[in-house]
Design a protein around this ligand. Structure first.
Ligand code: MSP
Length: 513
């Protein structure tokens, strides 16, 4: 495929059975950063998130609260949206699986698969975890008979159901998972070993024991089981099988790069059942499934059911959204589980944002103001060859790593470059050049640094969305809106203005004792 023109990125749709916590914020922040990065690369993008509103768990929760399911859900969805706004999440669409367009399309998809012979009626017996909304295999159950993820006791379910013929797609899935579909690749091997190689089983896709779901037209006592309903949101949100399918034409086309983010516990659904459904519908596969690890507390997954959750809103209110976005992107690479605590957060904020990037911008800003009255002149070509080379290198490295979806690695390159610049100040000793009145030399050093910190600010823009305007203001950029990634290396459109009022960026946080 030629370089894609469109970029489609999705998060899982979250269950509104409780409030969102830092784990959910993690996935959504990574998706947001990728989306903003791709926009900076000139892609037309579509970023989807939403809520997964059907199923037994939601039905039960609403009942407990004494509310009709929709009344309960409306409130929760408002809270989801408030969190995303506070966290700077620029999604294109928020889908709810109770949306009319979604429910009608799910019925159409069911009918289509039934007509094609991929669905058949049968009888299911198995252990079901309501919290995970999943039938469990023996290896998903611990020695006490509890679900290994939620630690809840599964229920024995025996009922009539419709099955999806996943078993007929054994070869297809084996081949897909032998390529480069999932990142990190070792999770792909886990899927093969645990689920595919032992032989794929057909999937139960309807239930008759609860009502809060989408009834199928052919046999309305059956409602679609959450996963077929949930997974197809990625298509229905684009208008698939609806009158206005324009978004679908663009973003599910071969000219689109499709990236889906999920936590590792739902990789199986996105790596096996989802590609099978797409194949049955004769649709293309996504390009990449980014399957990230968990945020853990003492080795246990942070989750509502375990009661060890961190509320992102509390952090945003206290420290600002950018600090949190930075931590999630930089300190939690997707290939392993990671930790989060208030002291780790503060340490990271201080070391990287306050003492490194913030300090660099502040020092350079001070020196330009002090020695050149805030303006180095309009000749931007005076940069030293060394700094030119370093700037080009960090841009290339950042771009390469982001294109490989290594957000943490990409941010690290920028931080390393910022450390280099702080050292460069120590080595060049601008204050000595000023004292000795070597003003031409001094100007080159400061121009080097002014361009360097502008580059750093621009590269971190997808992460530090709220701070970016102040960062470029403190760098002295006169028209930040015309600055674009493409021109970053040549600085064609870069103009500096006389530096104005000095403001503090990333103020150091006092460590908690
Ligand atoms: N509704 C399903 C997903 C359907 S997608 C078609 C679901 N929802 S959920 O509310 O349980 O959210 C699961 C997602 O939240 C995970 O895939 C992951 O992205 C995120 N996380 C929840 N807890 C997490 C951690 N402790 N750590 C990291 N991410 C976690 O499953």
């Amino acid at each position: 495929m030629d370089k894609a023109k469109y970029f489609y990125v999705t998060t899982p749709i979250y269950y509104p059975s409780g409030n969102l916590h830092l784990g959910h914020a993690y996935t959504t922040t990574l998706a947001d950063i990728l989306n903003r990065y791709k926009q900076s690369q000139g892609y037309e993008t579509f970023f989807l998130t939403g809520s997964d509103e059907h199923g037994q768990k939601i039905e039960k929760k609403a009942l407990e609260m004494g509310l009709a399911p929709l009344a309960y859900l409306d409130e929760k969805v408002e809270l989801f949206k408030t969190l995303w706004t506070k966290l700077g999440i620029g999604y294109s669409k928020f889908i709810r699986t109770t949306d009319h367009e979604h429910t009608t399309t799910v019925k159409k998809i069911f009918t289509k698969l039934l007509d094609k012979g991929y669905i058949y009626p049968g009888f299911y017996e198995g252990l079901y975890c309501v919290s995970c909304e999943e039938f469990l295999n023996p290896d998903q159950i611990d020695e006490n008979g509890l679900c290994k993820v939620s630690h809840d006791a599964p229920q024995l379910v025996k009922e009539e159901t419709y099955f999806l013929k996943v078993s007929s797609f054994q070869d297809f899935i084996s081949e897909l998972l032998s390529g480069e579909f999932i990142l990190p690749v070792y999770r792909q091997n886990e899927m093969l070993k645990n689920f595919v190689d032992p032989g794929l089983k057909d999937l139960s896709i309807t239930r008759v024991s609860f009502a809060w779901g989408i009834p199928i037209s052919e046999d309305p006592k059956h409602v679609v089981y959450v996963w077929l309903d949930a997974l197809t949101n990625y298509l229905t949100a684009l208008g698939y099988l609806q009158d206005d399918g324009q978004l679908f034409e663009k973003f599910w086309s071969n000219q689109s790069e499709i990236v889906q983010l999920v936590g590792k516990e739902i990789t199986r659904f996105h790596a096996i059942y989802w590609p099978t459904i797409l194949k049955m519908l004769d649709l293309r596969m996504p390009d990449k499934l980014l399957s990230h690890g968990w945020i853990v507390n003492d080795g246990e997954k942070m989750s509502k059911s375990l009661g060890n959750v961190i509320d992102p809103i509390a952090y945003i209110n206290q420290y600002g959204a950018d600090g949190l976005r930075f931590y999630l992107a930089y300190e939690l690479p997707i290939n392993k589980d990671g930790n989060f605590s208030e002291s780790m957060f503060i340490e990271s904020f201080n070391a990287h944002l306050a003492n490194n990037v913030g300090n660099l911008i502040s020092r350079v800003n001070n020196m330009i103001s002090k020695y050149f009255d805030g303006y180095l002149g309009d000749d931007l070509t005076i940069t030293s060859p060394l700094m030119n080379q370093k700037i080009n290198q960090v841009i290339d490295d950042f771009q390469q790593l982001m294109d490989e979806y290594d957000l943490s690695g990409a941010v690290r390159k920028v931080l390393d470059f910022s450390s280099f610049c702080n050292k460069y100040i120590e080595e060049q000793m601008p204050w000595v050049l000023a004292k000795e009145e070597k003003l031409d030399q001094l100007k080159v050093v400061l121009m080097d640094l002014q361009k360097a910190m502008t580059t750093i600010s621009y590269l971190l823009k997808p992460v530090l969305v709220f701070s970016y305007p102040l960062m470029v203001d403190q760098c002295g950029v006169s028209e930040p809106e015309v600055l674009s990634y493409r021109e970053l290396k040549t600085y064609q459109n870069l103009k500096f203005k006389k530096l104005g009022e000095k403001k503090v960026l990333f103020e150091r946080i006092k460590p908690v004792v």
